[in-house]
Design a protein around this ligand. Structure first.
Ligand SMILES: Cc1ncc(COP(=O)(O)O)c(C=O)c1O
Length: 404
């Protein structure tokens, strides 16, 4: 599907059939306690975009700004750090609750573990998080990026001491390369997606992301805001979306918000899987040349899909211009709202919601999703300007305008 909006409402064959126990409140508080032990930990802001909500005809728009996460400009480090923490805790016959930052980075632990190499494939953000964590632990990392990856993102990964390369492969092929290198060299594969036989690390990664949702729940309650009626979640392989959807389902049960997954047209593997709805995953292959680099993934995460199949109501396939529009809107919100620097993958959901609310041709989708003046919408701006040149091209020079 090219340059069009597509919507699929999942006809459930068993609502809530997948247990979200991996994201229950006990686990989520264990995860956030691990992250709180990092000296650079600070809650990222949750912005109440009151005026924007009013302009769009919504009851509320709340945006979590992950550009502040650990000074890394994206949420991804939450997953990689928690997975590596658990992996090492297991290796040392310990529990993650006994492995706070101070112990993880201690000389004593380094001595016990010896030299390790962590390897991954990434469009940028996940690799930076893995490289950063390895660096904190004084361990090595190797990172493979898909063709066309941004040089700025490559340099940011190298700045964490990683050996990093832009390959000639697409994202899913780069994942297979990383896996082969891990097997051949005895390296530890830290991938943010699961497949049959590779599930422990991605489960920890999904759990690791829950800190973002957990903080948001606290912040909404501090704002005395109601539970959101809708959450829009951008997806590459679907691990992040599964983390937030699963966590809200585990905590709020039948009162959970309506979950809508947003993907670029050119990499809409979850949308296609939902459309087929026959229990089999659908893949997208080829170059997947969307501006939403973090979402350019063609093969769904198996564990993530199990959660989304049970707890996400809607799947949207969107053109690239929605991401550009979201970046411009968040960077220049109505007077009185706080500005958010959001990158292509971070801003996709706001751009999409704005289109649904204002583009008459899309009224039928707005109605299907039940969006109106009573809707309280929660969004996650999952990255800042992780590619500054592209940010300028889009926000200053108006690249990727919206066509009506
Ligand atoms: C900024 C950003 N947002 C969202 C995502 C999507 O996460 P997932 O691949 O788990 O669906 C990514 C993935 O790399 C990302 O970098």
């Amino acid at each position: 599907m090219i340059e069009k909006f597509g919507v699929v409402q999942l006809e459930r064959k068993g609502k809530g059939k997948y247990s979200v126990d991996i994201l229950n409140e006990g686990t989520c508080s264990k995860v956030i306690n691990f992250h709180r032990s990092f000296p650079m930990y600070e809650r990222t802001p949750l912005r109440d975009m009151k005026h924007l909500a009013e302009q769009l005809g919504l009851g509320g728009v709340y945006v979590k700004d992950e550009s502040y996460r650990f000074n890394l400009n994206a949420f991804k480090v939450l997953g990689g750090s928690y997975a590596i923490g658990n992996f090492l805790a297991n290796k040392l016959n310990s529990d993650i609750k006994d492995m706070p930052y101070e112990r993880l980075v201690s000389d004593e632990v380094k001595k016990e573990l010896g030299e390790l190499v962590f390897v991954t494939a990434t469009d940028g953000n996940h690799g930076r998080g893995v490289a950063w964590t390895a660096n904190q632990l004084q361990q090595k990392s190797v990172v493979y990026m898909p063709r066309g990856s941004s040089l700025e993102r490559l340099e940011n990964i190298r700045a964490e001491g990683a050996e990093a390369y832009i390959t000639d492969l697409n994202y899913d092929e780069a994942v297979r390369l990383a896996n082969r290198m891990a097997e051949e060299n005895g390296w530890i594969m830290v991938q943010d997606t699961a497949w049959e036989g590779y599930e422990s690390i991605p489960t920890w990664i999904i759990q690791g992301y829950s800190t973002m949702g957990y903080e948001a729940i606290d912040q909404l309650s501090e704002l005395k805001a109601d539970i959101p009626t809708h959450i829009f979640l951008q997806a590459g392989v679907g691990s992040m979306a599964a983390s937030v959807a699963g966590m809200f389902a585990a905590i709020y049960k039948e009162n959970k918000p309506i979950i809508t997954i947003v993907e670029p047209n050119k990499a809409d593997c979850l949308y296609r899987t939902a459309e087929a709805n026959d229990g089999k995953l659908r893949f997208v292959s080829g170059s997947m040349d969307t501006i939403m680099a973090g979402l350019a993934c063609g093969e769904p995460c198996t564990i993530g899909w199990n959660i989304l199949e049970s707890y996400a109501e809607n799947f949207l396939s969107c053109p690239d211009y929605v991401a550009a529009k979201g970046m411009r809107m968040l960077g220049n919100p109505p007077n009185g709202d706080t500005r958010i620097i959001s990158g292509e993958s971070g801003a996709a959901t706001l751009g999409c919601v704005a289109e649904l609310m204002t583009n008459k041709d899309l009224t039928y989708i707005k109605e299907k999703l039940g969006l109106d003046k009573n809707s309280k919408v929660l969004l996650f701006s999952t990255e800042g300007d992780t590619d500054k040149n592209s940010y300028k091209d889009i926000v200053w020079d108006g690249k990727y305008p919206s066509f009506k």
